[in-house]
Design a protein around this ligand. Structure first.
Ligand code: GLU
Ligand code: MG
Length: 424
């Protein structure tokens, strides 16, 4: 059959979905400048599709302009259509970033930290998901048997990541039923978020070609463990030197790292509405599931909100400093990596700006919000979040998520899990 290659240009929006439009690949040179047509209300497409509420109506024109540095072209070699897409920025028709562009939100967070004279942030995403192309057997947690029985999925997925320009770090069978985890190499913030989006799409693209699904919903079984997105963060100075570690300081964290983490903890009730952004996210944040329930920072504890990670087999002090990182554990696959990492960086930058101290060891940690509605209340009351988002973007985000919270409140945990497993 005759075929002509297509290209897709996309954003990863409030719903965390990758949405955009396609065109013939031969039109690419022109499209690199003018992008594809978009509109404000496209941002308001709910996770399941319908627009519930929108401040933008049917008016207005925007475009998603592809970033040549965020191109993916992967030929799976099985005769299926080539996966060719670009991630891009939502711009106004004169080419300026639109005030509600999720990718620009992260870009602005990076700039805000830079303008403070703060460190650069390098991030690595560790993402968990359920692969439907394997069976569930007792004893499967981290098992070689489970690793083997996923068949060709793992190897094809890793090859696809590599072909997409994303360096895989590890792939494993996780603790949960049919659950797997992939970690990719650290990158500067914007590239790290692009790579997080690409990683999810490569998992889905691989599973699709094998007739199955990679499900990134935060929880697929009310009684099981959830799937988290853990974001490893490290600070680097302007000369490219590691700046997270300072031996002998509190938890061996440098002063800027302490303030950065204190900022995240301070704003956690509000940013939770962005990093754990769906009703089903809050079924994951429960005790004894390796997921956080309180707003804390703990050294080497996988139940913490911020985990100060260990350093492995470091040959010398420089290697210790290079490896040292903090893991943000209150994020999941319903979040747009741009919004989640942007909110974390804005919060950390605020901690640096105000020289916020870390809580002392005796301080009793506050609980994380226990519902999306409660997290949204904190977000709507946060003057800092209003500055980070700007009024139009924050209003759009809150309207979107308020309806999602209301709809979710009408569903039982089992119904929520089933519904979101179909969506993500
Ligand atoms: N599945 C757990 C979560 O929901 C994390 C398990 C782990 O520590 O890797 O975040
Ligand atoms: Mg894990």
């Amino acid at each position: 059959m005759i075929r002509e290659e297509l290209v897709f240009v996309a954003t990863c929006d409030i719903s965390g979905h990758v949405r955009g439009k396609g065109f013939p690949a031969r039109e690419l040179p022109g499209r690199l400048k003018k992008g594809i047509g978009w509109t404000g209300s496209n941002l308001m497409m709910s996770p399941a599709g319908p627009i519930w509420d929108t401040p933008f109506g049917t008016a207005g024109d925007l475009m998603i302009v592809p970033d040549p540095g965020a191109e993916v072209r992967v030929d799976f070699g099985d005769g299926s259509a080539v996966e060719h897409f670009f991630l891009g920025d939502i711009c106004t028709t004169d080419g300026k970033p639109w005030e509600c562009c999720p990718r620009d939100f992260l870009h602005r967070a990076v700039v805000a930290l830079e303008e403070l004279g703060g460190p650069r942030i390098v991030a690595a995403f560790e993402q968990e998901f359920v692969y439907t192309g394997t069976d569930d057997r007792p004893g499967d947690a981290y098992a070689l048997g489970a690793f083997r029985r996923q068949g060709n999925f793992g190897e094809t997925f890793i090859a696809a990541l590599r072909a997409a320009g994303v360096a895989p770090d590890s792939f494993l069978a996780e603790y949960g039923s049919r659950q797997f985890e992939v970690t990719v190499a650290p990158q500067p913030a914007l590239t790290a978020a692009d790579h997080a989006v690409i990683t999810r799409e490569m998992a889905r693209a691989t599973a699709f070609r094998l007739g199955h699904r990679a499900v990134f919903s935060p929880k697929t079984d009310p009684d099981g463990v959830g799937s988290g997105v853990h974001i490893h963060l490290s600070l680097w100075d302007g000369g490219g030197r590691p700046a997270t570690y300072h031996a002998g300081e509190m938890m061996d964290l440098s002063k800027p790292a302490q303030h950065f983490c204190a900022g995240i903890l301070h704003h956690m009730p509000a940013i939770c509405a962005v990093t754990a952004p769906s009703p089903v996210s809050y079924l994951r944040l429960v005790p004894n599931r390796w997921a956080p329930t309180v707003i804390d920072i703990v050294r080497q504890d996988r139940g913490a909100c911020l985990r100060v990670c260990p350093v492995f087999a470091a040959a010398g002090p420089m290697e210790v400093a290079r490896q040292f990182n903090i893991e943000f554990r209150a994020c999941d696959g319903a979040a747009s990596p741009y919004l989640a990492l942007g909110a974390i960086i804005f919060a950390g930058a605020d901690g640096i700006r105000r020289s916020l101290p870390l809580p002392g060891p005796a301080a009793a940690p506050q609980s994380l919000p226990s519902t999306l509605g409660a997290a949204l209340d904190h977000l709507s009351e946060s003057e800092a979040a209003l500055r980070w988002f700007g009024p139009t973007h924050l209003d759009a985000y809150l309207r979107f998520k308020r309806v999602e919270a209301e709809k979710g409140a009408g569903l039982s945990p089992a119904e929520l899990c089933a519904h979101y497993a179909e969506i993500y």
